[in-house]
Design a protein around this ligand. Structure first.
Ligand SMILES: [Fe+2]
Length: 445
């Protein structure tokens, strides 16, 4: 069997725990999880007890994230980390180019050389804030054609929201296994070790690295108790562990790569750190199928603000102001009367990075393609292109199903500084401004 066939077989029929932010618990071996306490004098089955804190110990209970892990060897048993090459990956603050007020658009990443795994295939487009201050976010793209073998990755700087666009991923994490196909998103919390295997020959997608507070579901206000992304559709793994070196082979060391304040550090372990036999807590990886998103919108007139499409939000200290929102433009009906139905022209204090998972987007007739992305920074003027404006302004307003694409947005409170490599990239499109050329003067006084 090829490695892809093996990964596909493993990914079939994975068990899950359902819910968002829950206090879940799971044990791969019966009796591995202590009952009634977290740190007994001797943990069951000779395991080591270890707490992983995603928030300060003293944050309010509703925000608090931590998990207890019961593992074959404690995480502390590791050699010294040393710097390794960052490749095309970098972290905030982004200082190698000036923030650019222009509207920018990129095509997909070029296919990488053979043998590129998920970690090597990460390519930083830009971001804001400061990883060391735990504020802001980064936009990364990835393209890979090889599984991560004999190594795992963890990100001390923030949580990773992975948005596959091409090809499926099998994520082996400290908490167990998850599968993420295009149309799904996967979240790896800050500090959690994981390895990415491939379910297809070639994979590609987007990553939002969130340095700020962990993503939560948005409040629903007058929408009520249900709607948008429903908590029960978020799936956490069940416990699964590796015992020994890479691939269960005691003689094969495991490279552990840690992203810390923007740089990559590596250490060679004599065992896999994915050796958690049981766990409980709420600092957990999860996956979510964007097709489950309950899309709400106007049933009278006007196009609602896209905040109505928020899947996950990372709150700031200012109520209602997100460090970053993850927003999806999913299939939906448009029924507004006397309404310009595509997204309206706008200038926004928030900065918007948009990507396309499949199909097309209803405000752009061409140029915005799966795997590509656009950046509309703070106060940049944007909206439908001329072709879309002309069509939507004259369309017969009967009920219309928009079901030819799946787009998303990382919307963030601060301007996104594109990296020097993003500004110099061959896939940065020239002439993006032209899509708004030819919008004619229709004014009649
Ligand atoms: Fe926008």
């Amino acid at each position: 069997m090829t490695t892809i066939e093996q990964a596909r077989k493993t990914a079939e029929g994975l068990d899950h725990l359902s819910g968002f932010g829950n206090e879940h618990s799971s044990e791969a071996v019966p009796g591995a999880l202590p009952i009634g306490r977290n740190s007994p004098q001797r943990a069951p089955l000779g395991l080591y007890a270890e707490q992983l804190s995603g928030t300060a110990f003293t944050e309010p209970r509703a925000h608090n994230r931590r998990s207890w892990l019961y593992r074959i060897r404690p995480s502390a048993a590791h050699p010294r980390f040393v710097r390794t090459g960052n490749g095309a990956l970098s972290g905030a603050p982004f200082t190698d180019s000036a923030p650019d007020p222009n509207r920018l658009r990129w095509g997909p990443l070029p296919d990488p050389p053979a043998g590129t795994d998920f970690l090597d295939g990460l390519w930083t487009l830009g971001g804001n804030g400061d990883a060391a201050q735990r504020t802001g976010m980064a936009v990364h793209l990835y393209a890979a054609n090889s599984p991560m073998t004999d190594r795992v990755f963890s990100d001390a700087d923030g949580e990773l929201l992975i948005v596959p666009e091409r090809g499926g991923l099998l994520l082996r994490t400290e908490f167990g296994l998850l599968r993420a196909d295009p149309g799904h998103v996967a979240l790896i919390p800050r500090g959690v070790r994981f390895r990415v295997e491939l379910l297809d020959e070639s994979v590609r997608g987007y990553v939002c690295e969130n340095y700020g507070r962990p993503f939560v579901l948005p409040d629903l206000g007058p929408i009520g108790a249900n709607g948008l992304a429903n908590a029960r559709d978020f799936l956490a793994p069940v416990a699964a562990y590796e015992d020994g070196g890479a691939g269960g082979d005691a003689d094969r060391p495991v490279e552990v790569v840690n992203k810390f304040c923007g740089n990559l550090w590596r250490a060679e372990y004599d065992h896999s750190p994915l050796d958690v036999v049981a766990w409980h807590g709420n600092h957990l990886p999860y996956v979510y199928d964007l097709h489950r998103f309950n899309v709400l919108g106007s049933i009278s007139y006007d196009h609602p603000d896209p905040s109505i499409f928020t899947v996950l939000t990372s709150p700031s200290d200012t109520p209602g102001l997100a460090g970053v929102d993850f927003v999806v433009f999913a299939p939906r009906w448009l029924v507004g009367e006397d309404t310009f139905r595509p997204p309206y022209f706008h200038r926004n204090v928030m900065s918007e990075y948009m990507g396309l998972i499949e199909g097309a987007y209803d405000a752009k007739a061409e140029g915005f393609v799966p795997g590509g992305g656009s950046l509309h920074n703070m106060m940049s003027a944007h909206g439908p292109d001329r072709e879309t404006f002309d069509r939507a302004s004259t369309a017969e307003l009967k009920p219309q199903k928009v079901d030819n694409g799946l787009a998303f947005m990382f919307e963030t409170r601060w301007p996104v500084t594109a990296t020097a490599q993003a500004m110099a990239a061959g896939h940065l499109q020239s002439g993006y401004d032209d899509v708004w050329q030819g919008l004619e003067r229709h004014f009649r006084s």
